[in-house]
Design a protein. Structure first.
Ligand code: ATP
Ligand code: MG
Length: 377
């Protein structure tokens, strides 16, 4: 199935009172949280390196003070939140909690309801931090993309002028060669035609760049995404065969209407970029599988939950977690001959269509690029 399992919020429980920790952990696990526990500051810091959403920290720990630990935990995970656990509901504990950057404090032994409400409130803060970070990242990408756009537009323009002049001179040369006697013509004309074709190809690439840099008005039409996938895979079949890569398509029957509102040419560009990346990452003899499916409405999202999803799985090395955000940035590439523009173009087009694109590990190893576009109303 394409849908990844939603990640359970991660709680870090730090207290040296074992029975209390076991009791709290049981309540939290039952409520759907994933819980890890530590009995000391040192253990807590070691666990926090893997990340956490909410840390519940005892004020008095065998190897140090809970407020100092709270601050260090916040440094390690700036989007996380800390709730302090204290034995007494005093003004001092409340002040200590605030000073340590904690968002709340709980008095032990805490009632189940109170514990769950406090943790849920802290989780709300955590989600807000996440949204804020995502927004900042998006703004940064948009800024970079705008700069790339201006630069490519200028550069494409500058390259096009001498290129057209060269093409013109080649046409003059061609005409002169055609006036030569028959046997001299052949060996001269052949490379001439090749050069002309290559120049036309270059001009075509520049045209693409210009289109990207100065996006035309977006005029959406109904487009069957599965059909676009099919055409793209037909187009790339030759290259896949040459490298003995199995290029598989999977359109589950009866998955429903897979039409979206968009521009076919641009969606084709998205799928070509993603499939080419997958093929480039896959070793010869490997496999690339593209699955296109209409997703059922998600009750939690209402009508807006209906989307068409495309998952592109490859059998390459996958994308390391630390690189997952960076690969969508313009000019980020690990390839000797890559421009690093492929995925940023994908990201820009998908956002324009109101969709999302993300990367995760593929079930059988390798990378999975997941594209989601709102289904045609
Ligand atoms: N399927 C994949 N598996 C592993 N890494 C990938 C995959 N797709 C993309 N990447 C990584 O993301 C980087 C950026 O990809 P992007 O398509 O933007 O540029 P590129 O492929 O390097 O260059 P270009 O697309 O211009 O030829 C790649 O260099 C590669 O490191
Ligand atoms: Mg690429």
């Amino acid at each position: 199935m394409i849908e990844p399992a939603p990640r359970r919020p991660r709680i870090l429980l730090v207290d040296d009172n074992r029975p209390l920790v076991e009791n709290l952990a049981e309540i939290l696990v039952e409520a759907g949280y994933s819980v890890r526990s530590a009995g000391s500051c040192a253990d807590a810091l070691a666990l926090a390196v893997d990340g956490f959403d909410v840390a519940l920290v005892d004020l008095k720990l065998p190897d140090g003070d809970g407020t100092a630990l709270a601050q260090r935990l916040k440094d390690l995970s700036p989007t996380g939140e800390v709730v302090l656990l204290t034995g007494f509901a005093t003004l001092e504990s409340a002040m200590a909690a605030v000073r340590a950057g904690a968002c709340a404090y709980l008095v032990k032994p805490c009632a189940t309801q109170e514990l769950l409400v406090t943790v849920e409130q802290a989780m709300r803060q955590v989600r807000l931090h996440g949204d804020k970070q995502a927004l900042a990242h998006k703004a940064q990408m948009a800024e970079k993309l705008a700069a790339v756009g201006t630069m490519t537009a200028g550069l494409s323009h500058e390259i096009r002028n001498p290129l057209n002049a060269a093409l013109l001179q080649l046409t003059v040369l061609e005409r002169r060669v055609q006036r030569l006697v028959g046997e001299l013509q052949g060996p001269l004309l052949e490379p001439l035609v090749l050069v002309k074709d290559e120049i036309r190809r270059l001009d075509h690439i520049l045209e693409d760049f210009l289109q990207f840099a100065r996006p035309r008005e977006f005029v959406p039409h109904p487009v069957d995404l599965c059909q676009v996938v099919s055409r793209v895979l037909d187009l790339l079949a030759g290259e896949a065969e040459r490298r003995s890569i199995r290029l598989e398509r999977e359109f589950p029957p009866g998955s429903g209407d897979t039409r979206v509102a968009g521009e076919e040419e641009r969606l084709r560009q998205v799928l070509v970029n993603l499939t080419l990346n997958a093929m480039e990452a896959t070793p010869d003899g490997g496999r690339v599988r593209v699955r296109c499916v209409a997703e059922a409405p998600d009750p939690a999202l209402g009508e807006r939950g209906t989307s068409v999803a495309v998952a592109i799985d490859d059998s390459g090395p996958g994308v390391p977690p630390a690189m997952r955000d960076r690969i969508f940035e313009p000019f980020f590439t690990t390839k000797a001959k890559g421009s690093g523009l492929g995925l940023s173009i994908v990201h820009a087009i998908v956002s324009q269509h109101g969709g999302t694109v993300s990367v995760e590990p593929a079930p059988g190893g390798g990378a999975r690029f997941l594209l989601r576009l709102p289904r045609l109303e």
